[in-house]
Design a binder for this molecule. Sequence first.
Ligand SMILES: *[C@@H]1O[C@H](CO)[C@@H](O)[C@H](O)[C@H]1NC(C)=O
Ligand SMILES: *[C@@H]1O[C@H](CO)[C@@H](O)[C@H](O)[C@H]1NC(C)=O
Ligand SMILES: *[C@@H]1O[C@H](CO)[C@@H](O)[C@H](O)[C@H]1NC(C)=O
Ligand SMILES: *[C@@H]1O[C@H](CO)[C@@H](O)[C@H](O)[C@H]1NC(C)=O
Ligand SMILES: *[C@@H]1O[C@H](CO)[C@@H](O)[C@H](O)[C@H]1NC(C)=O
Ligand SMILES: *[C@@H]1O[C@H](CO)[C@@H](O)[C@H](O)[C@H]1NC(C)=O
Ligand SMILES: *[C@@H]1O[C@H](CO)[C@@H](O)[C@H](O)[C@H]1NC(C)=O
Ligand SMILES: *[C@@H]1O[C@H](CO)[C@@H](O)[C@H](O)[C@H]1NC(C)=O
Ligand SMILES: *[C@@H]1O[C@H](CO)[C@@H](O)[C@H](O)[C@H]1NC(C)=O
Ligand SMILES: *[C@@H]1O[C@H](CO)[C@@H](O)[C@H](O)[C@H]1NC(C)=O
Ligand SMILES: *[C@@H]1O[C@H](CO)[C@@H](O)[C@H](O)[C@H]1NC(C)=O
Ligand SMILES: *[C@@H]1O[C@H](CO)[C@@H](O)[C@H](O)[C@H]1NC(C)=O
Length: 800
Amino acid sequence: MASAILSAGLAVAQVDYSQYVSPLIGSEGPFPGLAFGGGDIFVGAALPFGVAKVGIDTYEDNTTFSTLNGGYTPQGRVTAISMMHESGTGGAPKYGIVPQMPLSTLEGVDVLDNTTYWQQRVGEDTARVGYFATQLESGVGVQLSAGTHSGIMEYDFPAGGEKHVLVDLSHYLPSETGGSGNQAYVAGAIDLQPGGKVYTGYTTVGGGWGESAPMTVYVCGEFEQAPDQANTFSGRLTDPIQRYHTWSNGPVPQAVFSNLSEVSGPLNNRVGALFTWSNASSSTVRSRVGISLISADKACDFKNKEIGSWNLNNTVNAAVQKWNTDVFSKIQVPTDSSQNRTNLVLLYSSLYFMHLMPSDRTGENPLWSNDEPSWDDFYTLWDIFRCTTSLYHLIQPERYVSMIQALIDIWRWEGFMPDGRSGNYNGLVQGGSNADNVLADAYVKKLAGINWTEAYQAMLKDAEVVPYNTFSFTDFTASVKEGRGALYDWIPLGYVSSDRSTRAVSRSVEYALNDFSLSQVARGVAPNDTQKYLRRSAQWQNIWAHNVTHKNFTGFLAPRLSSGAFNISGYNPALCGGCEWSAISYEGTPFEYSFTIPHDMQTLIHFMGGPAEFERRLDYIFMPNTSEQNLGANGAGITTLINIGNEPDFATPYEYNYLNKQYKSVQQSRSLANTYFHDAPYGVPGNSDAGALNSWLIWQMLGLYPVVTQPVYLIESPWFSDINMTINGNATLRITATGLDNANSYYVQSVKVNGQQWNQNWLEHSDVMVSGGTIEYELGSESKLWESGDVPPSPGHLVL
Ligand SMILES: *[C@@H]1O[C@H](CO)[C@@H](O)[C@H](O)[C@H]1NC(C)=O
Ligand SMILES: *[C@@H]1O[C@H](CO)[C@@H](O)[C@H](O)[C@H]1NC(C)=O
Ligand SMILES: *[C@@H]1O[C@H](CO)[C@@H](O)[C@H](O)[C@H]1NC(C)=O
Ligand SMILES: *[C@@H]1O[C@H](CO)[C@@H](O)[C@H](O)[C@H]1NC(C)=O
Ligand SMILES: *[C@@H]1O[C@H](CO)[C@@H](O)[C@H](O)[C@H]1NC(C)=O
Ligand SMILES: *[C@@H]1O[C@H](CO)[C@@H](O)[C@H](O)[C@H]1NC(C)=O
Ligand SMILES: *[C@@H]1O[C@H](CO)[C@@H](O)[C@H](O)[C@H]1NC(C)=O
Ligand SMILES: *[C@@H]1O[C@H](CO)[C@@H](O)[C@H](O)[C@H]1NC(C)=O
Ligand SMILES: *[C@@H]1O[C@H](CO)[C@@H](O)[C@H](O)[C@H]1NC(C)=O
Ligand SMILES: *[C@@H]1O[C@H](CO)[C@@H](O)[C@H](O)[C@H]1NC(C)=O
Ligand SMILES: *[C@@H]1O[C@H](CO)[C@@H](O)[C@H](O)[C@H]1NC(C)=O
Ligand SMILES: *[C@@H]1O[C@H](CO)[C@@H](O)[C@H](O)[C@H]1NC(C)=O
């Protein structure tokens, strides 16, 4: 057995799965050429969970329809090549820091006014795993690649022309529409080594969507050839948005140049350097850059160790190998020429996107020092707890342990685990304290290496302590930094009230699942607490209005006042009042949230009027034109109530399994996947949310769906005839399917698990996810009621 596993591993290592990755999927939204409404993805070079994500920053002139969150936009002007990015995030941009910008002339350039050197691109960009290339209108060709904390850039200038590289350490990605989510440059410094071949320095930037305190990133940059001239510069602080171009409405200031060193000083001056080459025999300038959150020395070490050669191809090849070994080969499907290439692209591109974030900052924690791992860019757990982290559990077990240890360490030092975290700072919390769900999911699947006593203490903090109010511009009523802001309602009232709190409906159902998570861990760690949190996990029932009828469906989650009365006159559960921070529910309507009780589907089905009514209601949300709420960019092009572009609905298509009508789950979920996920720039329905949408698609293609906080997977229908998944380190789960003959042949006819006929439409983690195993699907075009066993469990079943 061991040798069979070994030889399979060797055979697969030879397949270059990276050829199936399209890093541009999600780079565009419904309006061609604009990123708006698209995936907000990072496009550039990065390693799995890398600190450095090296890519271009851009500016879109159409500020009403602009989205710069991943740096990249299809047609925006290039403002720099920078070292750090997020991927898939909504809200306002974060990072886009530590830049270089190649300039073919200095004529008309004011280094403090980047509009004087922004560049359109010509031709098509090239994006592959570990590699990005673009051509600027100035004639400069840009190629880049990345190491874990480093990048290598190659600039090909027009022959015989001027060659300059600008390093503006005050550069960051702006929020084009302004507002409180804008980042702010706080300070910086730059030092040139004599001759200017090497520069070191730092930039300190705060703010952004998460309202972070400033974070300092150190840099160490080197050029292959020493420049012929190198000058530092310093100038007055200006804001990136043109309408606030200077703080005083005055003219754009000019920089003062000098020789070796600049520090921003008390006035937060912008600092940078300008490098010039006059060697006429070479038109290429190469640079390698390291970054560190600890020191410039460490940044230099990363640069030297990770980028060992000036041949960019070597870094690209190393990146491709790392991605193949660490990520893509974990899920192996047939790649011979008879396979549907689109499906290969969707699978391996999705794996790519779910491994760009969070960022593994182990050894790079500037806030405290200990031996614990350190991770950042959980942006956010609200997105990734639903099915992304459950996939990390299977295919990245070591890194997943490390991530969870880091979450607990943040609680240990800062008092709360994050829900969102970026720039070394907790925030924002969109609903519940969803680290609880991540921990519970890992606990019930017996992830080794976690101190569960401490994990439970961290969860108790979320469940019992009202976080202090940071009076965020997004919501003045309670903290959105960390913890559960509306505990002041949840504990005494048993629900989040709609008069004292925002997002009352969505937070009530999220807090319920969070408390179910506590009960799951308490079962082993603090048995006395189990019942208490199980009861609290049923408190969603306190906002269930049994008498609200909408579109002939009766019984919905509904706003309830702190007085105890429901506030339902004129209430329409298909509307949410914008679905943002101050709405009654967040990024989904109460109609949708009324399906999100994974721990007690039994009660939910009962509350909706029993299996037949539940089925009728499920059928309804998939019908065109049932959506009544305009979700703006979040719902672009979607007319059904179900919105697979937003995480609250992720599990809903699979709920037919709870009626033992699995074929309908298969049909509805496939239909969503085929309608909204494509091998195209507009290939994901909205922000990919750090890869959350992509991981939803992977589960769909595997023919499984995890029920978060339970050691349970729903059985669906795989897209490939043969899948070998390397799970739990070195075990193999093999999923095979016969009958995938034509486009409509995907209904389950029968299933065997570990060789045994299986008559229930779900399985447990221990069945195949620990030592491996087999799932054998027989598929066909007949929609068959094949299951007769128990429906999936409702371990939180309790009627208040
Ligand atoms: C911005 O883009 C949108 C969508 O394509 C378009 O409707 C609008 O007219 C554009 N605005 C400007 C100022 O170009
Ligand atoms: C323009 O320059 C400012 C200051 O360096 C920088 O903060 C901003 O991010 C730049 N704008 C863009 C769109 O890159
Ligand atoms: C930088 O130093 C060189 C050599 O000492 C000198 O010629 C030049 O004027 C200096 N440049 C500036 C901007 O101070
Ligand atoms: C000029 O560039 C050529 C080609 O890259 C290189 O071999 C040579 O060393 C450079 N000369 C100087 C003075 O930098
Ligand atoms: C780098 O790889 C590309 C594509 O494989 C090839 O065309 C190019 O010649 C290589 N360059 C070097 C310097 O090895
Ligand atoms: C899966 O593993 C089995 C057993 O090693 C092997 O025969 C089969 O070819 C593999 N399938 C794929 C798609 O790699
Ligand atoms: C490949 O699969 C996609 C769906 O992922 C489908 O749209 C397409 O028709 C398939 N191509 C072929 C040749 O079967
Ligand atoms: C777990 O953490 C607790 C509390 O800090 C500590 O007392 C205990 O020794 C730890 N257990 C292990 C196995 O490290
Ligand atoms: C658990 O509850 C039992 C019975 O109420 C009590 O005797 C015991 O001390 C409790 N244990 C803890 C750890 O609180
Ligand atoms: C609906 O039910 C709630 C809770 O039981 C009750 O307060 C309310 O009066 C009822 N409304 C109507 C119109 O029956
Ligand atoms: C309303 O739903 C009931 C089942 O609950 C069904 O019998 C009835 O036909 C429906 N009425 C309309 C107008 O759809
Ligand atoms: C498989 O992983 C387990 C747990 O990490 C380890 O003990 C075992 O030695 C590994 N086996 C092989 C063949 O690598």
